[in-house]
Ligand binder design. Structure first.
Ligand SMILES: Nc1ncnc2c1ncn2[C@@H]1O[C@H](COP(=O)(O)OP(=O)(O)OP(=O)(O)O)[C@@H](O)[C@H]1O
Ligand SMILES: [Mg+2]
Length: 377
């Protein structure tokens, strides 16, 4: 059974008149990997700084193992932080960087040697003991930073976008390694990122934030399959989001057609948001009994084609391994399980249309290519 290690209760953070955290309530389980995910400025770092003790909340309480620690200074908490810029000591070698915290605690050299050895294995840096940290790659420096933060055996490691400075490929490798390190040392990780794929692939629990609020807490599967509202659906993966009417249990209407679904518990004829993931739509021959539309754009993505289809002026993204050229008139089928009905929210109508998809896609691809070229130079 998992047990609660940290609890954030009604946290509010104000800077002058700006309220940047608005009643944050969160339970963090012992020995789990929890990720705060949200767009820039939503309050992730502020939340982390309050857990670490670098920032005192305007109101609210932080509990550790059931005890309030809101007023405890950082060095008295069993919590360490890994920062994005690593903050390593450039004049020390790998061994001395990792041993630093134990030397401060005045441990015997023999004990230090044993524990640094263990840490070097955990982060796969055996043999690098005597290297200057300035001679290491970004990924190796990151591992030294993690080893240095773990050597004091904290109960919790806080990581604020620790892979942000690495190029795409190395970031992916480090994601796997971080997850392995967390499982091996068996302590709680609280991780901050604005990268949804990173959050989904590493975490036991994902916390989606926007504008100083928590919108959803769940496993990666929950968050992806049952997004709480249009913001979460749009932020996590690609989504077609459209206006619907929940006619009755198991029956939703959109595009003037009735669809069978698996959702219940709405008012009769309640207006709702409907989410359909691009990979969950089957393309079938056009037929008056089906919802039909015209392909307006096709992009080959390796495993599948991103196919944009215009239904009465509303553009959907469909991901399919079959090629349907621009201009084809096609029908679609959606399994009732793949239709996700959500309550209307302040985010309704803001997301989920792919009308501007081709320009957006072009911009993103160019940006990524430029970033990778930059990193390679
Ligand atoms: N010391 C401060 N004084 C005034 N405003 C602050 C201070 N620290 C943070 N803020 C504001 O609080 C909001 C949340 O900031 P925070 O750093 O927590 O965001 P974030 O989610 O970590 O964003 P990013 O992904 O860009 O790092 C922002 O609007 C920021 O400008
Ligand atoms: Mg931040």
């Amino acid at each position: 059974m998992a047990s609660e290690l940290i609890r954030l209760q009604d946290l509010v953070m104000e800077f002058g008149k700006d309220r940047v955290l608005n009643s944050i309530n969160l339970s963090i389980e012992d020995k789990k990997f929890l990720t705060l995910l949200g767009p820039s400025g939503c309050g992730k770092t502020t939340t982390l700084r309050i857990i670490a003790g670098f920032q005192k909340p305007t109101s609210g309480e932080v509990y550790f193992d059931g005890q309030p620690i809101t007023n405890l200074p950082p060095y008295k908490r069993q919590i360490n932080t890994v920062f994005q810029n690593y903050a390593l000591f450039p004049h020390l070698d790998v061994y001395d960087n990792i041993a630093f915290g134990l030397r401060i605690s005045k441990l015997p050299e023999k004990e230090i040697d044993r524990r640094v050895g263990e840490m070097l294995s955990s982060v796969s840096l055996r043999g690098f003991e005597n290297r200057k940290v300035s001679s290491l790659s970004g990924g190796q420096q990151q591992r030294v930073a993690i080893a240095r933060a773990l050597i004091n055996r904290p109960k919790v490691l806080l990581l604020d976008e620790p892979l942000g400075a690495l190029d795409l490929r190395l970031r992916k490798d480090m994601q796997n390694e971080l997850k392995q390190i967390q499982q091996e040392v068996g302590i709680t990780f609280v991780y901050v990122t604005h990268d949804q794929e990173e959050a989904l692939s590493m975490s036991d629990t994902v916390v989606v934030m926007d504008s100083g609020k928590i919108l959803q807490i769940g496993t990666p599967e929950d968050i992806y399959n049952e997004p709480a509202n249009a913001f979460v659906a749009d932020f996590i993966g690609e989504s077609n989001i459209l206006d619907g009417i929940m006619l009755e249990d198991y029956k939703v209407r959109f595009f003037d057609r009735d669809f069978e679904c698996v959702d219940t518990g709405f008012e009769p004829n309640e207006p709702v948001d409907v989410v359909i993931r691009p990979e969950d739509i089957d393309i079938v021959p056009a037929d008056p009994s089906k919802l039909c539309g015209t392909v307006t754009n096709v992009t080959f993505k390796g495993v599948h084609y991103d196919t944009i289809v215009d239904f009465k002026g509303f553009k959907w993204l469909i991901q399919t391994t079959e090629f349907h050229p621009e201009g084809s008139y096609i029908g679609i089928e959606i399994d009732p399980n793949e239709i996700h009905v959500m309550k209307r929210s302040e985010y309704s109508g803001m997301f989920g249309d792919y009308s501007s998809y081709s320009e957006e896609y072009y911009d993103i691809t160019n940006m990524e290519e430029e970033a990778e070229e930059g990193a390679a130079e």
